[in-house]
Design a protein around this ligand. Structure first.
Ligand code: ZN
Length: 280
């Protein structure tokens, strides 16, 4: 499974989603919709393209030739790996110019292959060259339309997420100049093993599989004291079902190794288990 990464060769974020310049109305006092935009400028003075980093399909193109600010919506053609799990991701890019050399060749429904440009920075509805970009979980709602929030600001109607929750940065592709205070994870060295972690990319309560059985056996053999500490029977952990006992053991393991304690086994927890000798 491919990781979803940022699509410009230079990352220079000039305003993040908490920005108080033009982004304030996207979040301030908004009771309902916030779409977490970032303004991306590439090299200063240039117009850099934004590339598809996985195959993406064009959902909507709006604003070209009229007063609305130019925006293109896209969605990944397949589920991708993100810092928040496995999902289809949508993305909307705003401010490219009417004569954009890449968008002018695009139609709704087209697939842009990984590595191909989508559009370049522009000034349609903006004073300086940049792209205003939002991202979200298309499995929940891709929202290729706009909705007015309680500030009267038009924002994406989809399930938007903070950029650092949706994408990684591939440092072989992107030179990071300014993240504007946001912290991005590097593109993972290993892709998620979906045959082990299953279609959703992680194992958790209610899951039942041979993989769960292997993890239960490993925790039983490697950390038998956990049962004593947690007041649980170490023999009852065995089996292929992800129940409360294995969840408690994994939570304890995460706590002791400094990981986020959600009690699930995703790529990060799996990698940590391997450090202690676990084999898939
Ligand atoms: Zn913006």
């Amino acid at each position: 499974m491919k990781p979803f990464t940022f699509g410009m060769k230079t990352m220079r974020i000039t305003q993040n989603y908490n920005g108080t310049a033009s982004h304030k109305s996207h979040w301030y006092n908004s009771r309902d919709y916030a779409d977490y935009p970032i303004d991306c400028a590439g090299k200063d003075g240039n117009r850099e393209p934004y590339y598809a980093t996985v195959d993406m399909q064009v959902l909507t193109i709006k604003g070209k030739g009229n007063s609305m600010t130019n925006t293109i919506w896209l969605v990944t053609t397949e589920k991708v790996q993100t810092p928040s799990g496995v999902m289809k991701v949508f993305m909307a890019l705003t401010h490219w110019n009417d004569n954009d050399p890449y968008v002018s060749k695009l139609k709704v429904g087209n697939i842009i292959k990984s590595g191909e440009p989508i559009c370049e920075e522009g000034t349609d509805g903006a004073t300086a060259n940049h792209l205003h970009v939002i991202y979200g979980n298309a499995d929940r709602s891709c929202g290729s339309s706009l909705i007015q929030n309680s500030n009267g600001k038009w924002v994406s109607s989809g399930y938007c997420m903070k950029p650092e929750e949706v994408m990684y940065v591939d440092r072989e592709f992107t030179t990071v100049v300014d993240t504007c205070g946001l912290t991005f994870q590097d593109k993972p060295k290993e892709e998620i093993n979906t045959s082990f972690l299953g279609e959703k990319g992680w194992l958790g309560f209610g899951d039942e599989s041979d993989s769960v059985g292997k993890i239960c056996q490993f925790m039983h053999d490697t950390f038998p004291k956990y049962g004593e500490w947690l007041g649980l029977d170490n023999e009852k952990i065995l089996g292929n079902y992800y129940g409360n006992i294995i969840k408690s053991y994994i939570t304890e393991f995460q706590k002791r190794t400094g990981l986020e304690t959600d009690g699930n086994v995703g790529p990060i927890t799996l990698a940590k288990l391997k450090e202690f000798g676990f084999k898939e």
